[in-house]
Ligand binder design. Structure first.
Ligand code: ZN
Length: 187
């Protein structure tokens, strides 16, 4: 893939056949006096063409709802991917909003990852999978004696302390061992 976007002969609005190369994967700032065509280059050439290419890649069925897309006045643009544009006015008051959330790309990314990725444990890196109740029991049977009875139940979660009362109550109920659940240490 090309590492730059090459614009040749952009003449939209007040641009007079501007040719420029913009590196990818970098932050590029277009500066200049008022009226020199900064926005024309950014929005009316670069963004417009990126958008047009993206819409052209959609099915003809989807395109019939979008109407005719105007081609910007430019000789040629190389290396352009589908584009998004965010104008300088504030779109959201939320200080945590980012390009992904404002454009809703974030939601699609999340969906993509949930559909195509394999989830791994954030502690030990093992791939996560769902187990049937029989499989869970089978795994526990391997670590404790076959004829022992067991209960899986969260008693204390994310709390510090000695929990003497809890333990003596469990002892009275007949529990002889209490395990600590963790992905590194088996009970
Ligand atoms: Zn783990």
């Amino acid at each position: 893939m090309k590492r730059k976007i090459k614009i040749v002969g952009a003449s939209e609005h007040n641009l007079k056949s501007v040719s420029v190369e913009i590196p990818k994967e970098a932050l590029t700032v277009i500066t200049g006096p008022s009226g020199s065509g900064k926005s024309s280059l950014a929005f009316d050439v670069l963004y417009a063409e990126g958008q047009r290419k993206y819409l052209e890649s959609l099915s003809s069925y989807a395109r019939q709802f979008l109407g005719k897309i105007k081609k910007p006045n430019v000789e040629k643009i190389e290396g352009l991917s589908p584009s998004i544009a965010i104008k300088q006015q504030t779109v959201s008051n939320n200080p945590r909003s980012i390009v992904g959330t404002v454009t809703e790309i974030y939601d699609y990314l999340r969906m993509l990852y949930t559909r195509t990725a394999t989830a791994h444990c954030y502690n030990c890196g093992q791939p996560l999978s769902s187990l049937s109740i029989d499989e869970m029991i089978g795994q526990i049977d391997k670590t404790i004696g076959l004829n022992e009875r067991f209960t899986i139940s969260p008693i204390i979660r994310n709390k510090k302390g000695q929990f003497r009362e809890t333990f003596s109550r469990l002892q009275k109920d007949g529990y002889l061992q209490i395990g600590r659940a963790s992905c590194r240490e088996r009970v």
